[in-house]
Design a protein around this ligand. Sequence first.
Ligand code: KMT
Ligand code: NI
Length: 181
Amino acid sequence: MVRAWYMDDDTSTDQRLEHHQNPPHFVNLDELFQLTGVEYFPISIDSYKSDGKLEELKKKRGYTYEDEICCSRDTLPNYEEKLKSFFKEHLHTDEEIRFILEGSGYFDVRDKYDKWIRIEVIPGDLLIVPAGIYHRFTLDEKDYIKAKRLFVGEPVWTPHNRPSDDLPCRKEYLERMQITA
Ligand code: KMT
Ligand code: NI
């Protein structure tokens, strides 16, 4: 089950820690959607190959491409460099869809007031980070995650680092969230 919370302002300690506020301020899935547009689907790790849930979602959303990414020092080429770029605040012109198969990590997303919300992902969590939202990713202290990446058509993984406010996908996102820049 996915947990999400507002982050503290501490940039001097390890990015892989939970970084809760004091006291902790959790966000439920409805609030997460209202505040960010991030969508969450629980998919059974044990039965997803046969229960049809993932297939149904893929069909409904037009996800035609699928591969796997395994982030660990041994499996990810240019590990240090990749992790650094994952954690740089950025956006994409398309949804970022990740279905977690093994391990864990954190997706940080900016809410509509530009505050960081940290989303913990564990096996069975399928997260859809909308196009145009500023976000970043970090491993936790276990330093390991394996996830399926889904995409509509030919994948484009390009991160557009902040600021990328003039991109149409950013403007459309803000409009959808009813935020006036
Ligand atoms: C990304 O684009 O940030 C990633 O693919 C991170 C690893 S998948 C959970
Ligand atoms: Ni991204």
